[in-house]
Structure formats: C-alpha cells, structure tokens
Design a protein around this ligand. Structure first.
Ligand SMILES: Nc1nc2c(c(=O)[nH]1)N[C@H]1C(S)=C(S)[C@@H](COP(=O)(O)O)O[C@H]1N2
Ligand SMILES: [Mo]
Length: 565
C-alpha cells in the first residue's frame, strides 16, 4: 500500500495537547441540552470596528476628559459627573478592542512584564484627554520606584510582586520591593495642591490640606507596622486548578508575593470625623475615593470602596503619608493613602482625595461587584454579585518561599524551609507547622524561628524540616492563629470563581535526596569523583546503581526472584 505524504486525518497538529487539557482555551463548549451534542467553538477574533460618528457626537475628548485640578496629573473626576461617565461609556462601546489572550487555560507568557494589559491601555487611548499618557507615565514611575528584580505580572494597570527569594528576606519589606496592586494609572499629585474632602453624612463637611493633617496640635500621630495582603495572593494555585472569572485585572496571576509589611505614619480617620462634628444618621460606612481612573465592564469611574464605621471607630483605619520613614512612594498612593488594619488590601485606598459618610456599603464596582467570595457552584452563567461575601478580613494563611515547587533538594535529613504566615482582622500567627509527607504528620516551627508577633503583621519563619525519605515528597505549610483558626488542607476546598483568598495550606513538590543515607551518599560521592553533574534530575543514568559483581553477589546471597513450588 502506498503511504501518502499527507496524513489522512482530521486531527489538528495540536490534537494531543488539546485532548490532554493542555490548551483548554481551544476546546469547544459541549452543548448537550438537545438530542445531538453541539460543539460551541470560540468565534474567530471579532472585527475591530469603530463608530467614528458616535464617538464624534460625544464631543471633544481633550475637553471632556481633562485634568480635574491643577497639580493633579492623571486625575479625571468621574463620580461627580454622571453625564461624563455616560459619555465615556458611549466611546468605549462605540468600538471594539483586540481580545486579550486567555492565559488561564492557555500558557502564561515567559516574559517580564508577564502580561501587557493591552485592553486597559487601549481604553485609555480611546478615552484620550488627560488619560492619553497615563499608561506610559505609570510605567515610568514603576521603573523609577520599584526594585529591578520585581516580577511585573501586569504592565498596565501595574501589578507586581517581588520574587520569592526577596519576599521574606526582611521582616519589614523595603519600599521598592513592596508588591503593587493597581486598577488604573498612577496619578502624579503635587502635595501642595492636594487636599482631602470629608463630606456626606457628617455634621460639618470640610476639606484638609496635608499640613492640616500633619498638625499634631489638631490630630495625634499614629504609627503602626502593618501587613497589607491582597486577597488575590497565591491566586496562581487556583488558576492551576481551574480557570475562573476572565477579567484580566482581577486575574493578575499572583504567586505568594502579593503581601508586604511596612511602618506607616499618619492619623486615625476617626479623629478627622470627630473634627467634622461626627457622623449624622443614618451614616454607617465611609466611602473612600482614589484619584485614578478605573474601567469595569466598559464603565468608567474612580477607585471607590468603603469601610464600616465600626472599623473606623476602633481606630483601625489610618490615613498615612509615610511608609518606612519616607514619604509614600507615588506608586503606593502619594501624597495620602488609607491603611485599613487587618483588612484586604483593596480597602486601603491610594491617592485618597475624598471621604464620604454613607448609610450602606458603597455600591461602587470595586466594593459591590469585585472582591467577592463565591460558593464553588457559582460561576460565569449563574453569578450574581449578591451571592458573594464581600471580602474584608483575610483568613489565616501561610506560604513557603524556599524551596520552590518541583525543586530537587539534597540534604542531610533536614530540608531548610522559609516562608511567611499571616492572619487578618487583628489575629496573628501563633503556630506555623510543616509537613514533609503531604500533611499527615506535622512539625511546629520553634517560636525562636518565627519573627515577632504583632496584631497587624505577618510573621516570617525558617525551619529545618526533618525528612528521611527519598524521592518526590509534598512539603506542606499551615498556620494556626491566636484564635486557633487554621487553613483548609487543599486548594479545591477554597476554590472560587473570583479566584480570591487562596488560603489553603501551601503545598510544594520536592524531590528529596537524603545524603545521610549510606547508599545515596556512596552514589553521590561517585558522581563527584567522576565529575558528573547532578542536574538535571531527569537525565539518563550514567553511574550504574550496582556493578555487575555487586549484582551477582546479591543473588548469591539471597533467594531467587521466583519460587519453584
Ligand atoms: N486608589 C487605589 N487604591 C488601591 C488600589 C487601586 O487600584 N487604586 N488597589 C487596592 C488593592 S486591591 C490592594 S491589594 C492594595 C495594594 O497596595 P499597594 O499597591 O500599596 O501594595 O491597594 C489598594 N488600594
Ligand atoms: Mo488587592
């Protein structure tokens, strides 16, 4: 029979990869609702359209979306102007934008920045005016203020975390290494032109300059060491399990570095409210406004969330202008940010310019439609924002920073491990435990190997984990906080559509090479003698496990493999 050059097949070249779930984004949805199963394939990329007429009808963008105030570069006010919001929405919906690649089911690029954020850049360009240069200006600020080794997960809006080796290298995170989580650009605000207004349901609405806030005769200073943790920390473990909500920014594929600790100086928000004569009924929440522009579902606004009055009343909400002895870096909210003790990072609003006392939690998108913790059965086609719990305090969690997963470790019966542990809401890690057998037996990190306790801070730790076994093991870390809360044991138990709060015990796979074992030591010595490199682990064997003589000797000394009767 002739064999033709062309393969006689309807397979695609990447058939095997797709069948094996390594390219999930290419799979059709199987529609089994009728008598025949139908494949619902992703359509080809949509044609880029632009309704110039509709866009023109909105008006001059340079004028519409102009800088709100002198000395506030990159700040456009939206919340005060509903008609301006409507115009921006019209511009964004009168055209289509190139689709962002699906990196949750597909491969994540091996670049730094990992993801460019093309959609957010395109929206800023489309809106124009003051926003035109925001993506470039923001990136310049990143390069100026952040450490050269930062892992830039998303270039714009900028999201970056330090590499594992630097996450816990210091108990107080140096400013250039503190993770950054932005939803939009970085406004560049002149502190002498800046002020903060406090309005809504207060007796006497007022506004304050930075020197008003810094006046110690009016407001006592407050200084606190605080760990800020993004509720997306360790999201990559949830992504590795299943894809979730596909919005690019919430999908910043954080590893264990979206957490950082700093000493903040400022004042308690409670004092400011008192200075305004206190709240008037029915005020129960404080809405906090950040100056940058955020786009959610093609609706444009400022970054707005809220905190309950009870939290403010407890002096647990700081207005901070100093971070680790320096003025706040621009990227961290200069000139003033909120630091909410023990809450997820999202409530600690940067570039704060307005506080409004309100009756209910904010209805703004970041408060009402994001940072929600859903039940596992909630997903794309049945989710309603009210099905999610609005995330405030983070539960107890922990992470191993060294070694790394899939690493081979050669040791003498103990594996050196390092990491962090944290609990939200004013609780602190009381005990950190490690397991070398996937979570069956646990060793506790001795107290002297944990950094100092603090109500609002993480604890870093180091531990030499006893490990006798050879081969692939699973090292697991979990923490118990002072209320004896602990972590779920696997990612699936905590998985949710928004991919938030990955608080399950942190698991890494390690190949253990125990040199305190006689046989292993002999073999490793042989490798060394012969000058053969040990890595990579999976290279074919060049040093035989036994000499032919040793092999013969064994069978002379032992019973044969099979029995006769
Ligand atoms: N104005 C403003 N404030 C913000 C954000 C933002 O995008 N804009 N992101 C929030 C989120 S989700 C987190 S986790 C923290 C991160 O603070 P950092 O960037 O200083 O580390 O800032 C919060 N405050
Ligand atoms: Mo966050």
């Amino acid at each position: 029979m002739e064999i033709s050059v062309e393969l006689d097949t309807t397979n695609r070249p990447d058939e095997w990869k797709i069948e094996q779930g390594m390219a999930g984004h290419k799979l059709p949805i199987l529609d089994q609702t009728g008598s025949d199963t139908i494949n619902l394939y992703p359509p080809p990329p949509p044609k880029i359209i632009k309704d110039e007429e509709a866009i023109r009808s909105v008006g001059k963008r340079e004028k519409l979306f102009t800088r709100e105030r002198v000395g506030w570069k990159g700040y456009v006010e939206w919340e005060n102007y509903p008609e301006k919001k409507a115009k921006a929405h019209k511009i964004l919906t009168a055209q289509t934008f190139p689709a962002c690649p699906d990196f949750m089911f597909g491969p994540i690029p091996g670049t730094n920045p990992v993801l460019p954020g093309d959609d957010f850049k395109a929206w800023h360009t489309a809106l124009g005016g003051e926003l035109t240069t925001v993506p470039d200006d923001s990136w310049r600020t990143v390069l100026r203020e952040k450490h050269a080794d930062m892992l830039h997960l998303l270039q714009f809006p900028y999201n970056g975390e330090p590499p594992k080796r630097l996450v816990t290298s210091k108990v107080i995170t140096p400013n250039p290494l503190h993770f950054v989580r932005n939803h939009g650009g970085i406004p560049i605000i002149d502190k002498d032109k800046w002020d903060l207004s406090l309005d809504g349901l207060v007796q006497h609405p007022k506004s304050y300059s930075l020197s008003d806030l810094m006046d110690e005769s009016r407001f006592p200073r407050m200084e606190k060491t605080v760990t800020i943790q993004c509720s997306g920390t360790r999201r990559i473990e949830q992504i590795a399990l299943y894809g979730g909500q596909g919005d690019e920014v919430p999908q910043a594929p954080w590893a264990e570095g979206a957490i950082g600790t700093a000493r903040y100086v400022g004042i308690s928000l409670k004092k400011l409210i008192k200075d305004c004569g206190g709240l008037i009924k029915p005020a129960k929440h404080l809405e906090l406004y950040g100056a940058e522009t955020y786009v959610k579902d093609l609706e444009v606004g400022n970054y707005v969330v809220s905190v309950p009055w009870s939290k403010v009343k407890a002096n647990e909400v700081i207005l901070a202008w100093e971070m680790n002895g320096e003025p706040l870096p621009k990227i961290h909210g200069y000139p003033l940010r909120v630091v909410v003790l023990g809450y997820i990072g999202a409530r600690s609003v940067k570039w704060l310019y307005r506080i409004k006392a309100i009756a209910e939690p904010s209805h703004a998108p970041v408060q009402a439609r994001e940072y929600l913790y859903f039940n596992q059965q909630v997903g794309k086609f049945n989710q309603r924002p009210t099905d999610g719990i609005q995330i405030q305090e983070m539960p107890v969690s922990s992470a191993i920073m060294s070694p790394w997963t899939k690493q081979a470790v050669m040791h003498m019966g103990k594996i050196k491990c390092k990491g962090w542990a944290y609990s939200g809401g004013g609780r602190w890690p009381e005990r950190v435990e490690l397991s070398a057998d996937g979570g069956f037996t646990w060793y506790d990190v001795p107290p002297e190997k944990l950094s100092k306790k603090g109500r609002w801070t993480w604890r870093t730790w180091e531990y030499d984990l006893p490990c006798d076994v050879e081969g692939w093991i699973e090292v697991v870390c979990r923490c118990w906080d002072n209320s004896l809360n602990t972590q779920p044991l696997n990612v699936r138990a905590a998985w949710n559509w928004g991919l938030h709060v990955t608080s399950s015990a942190h698991r890494i796979k390690i190949y253990s090479i125990n040199k305190s074992r006689e046989i292993t030591k002999k073999r490793l010595d042989k490798y060394e003698q012969l000058g053969i490199p040990l890595a990579p682990l999976t290279r074919y064997e060049t040093v035989p496990g036994q000499t032919p003589e040793e092999y013969e000797q064994y069978w002379r000394d032992h019973e044969p493999r099979d029995v006769d009767d």
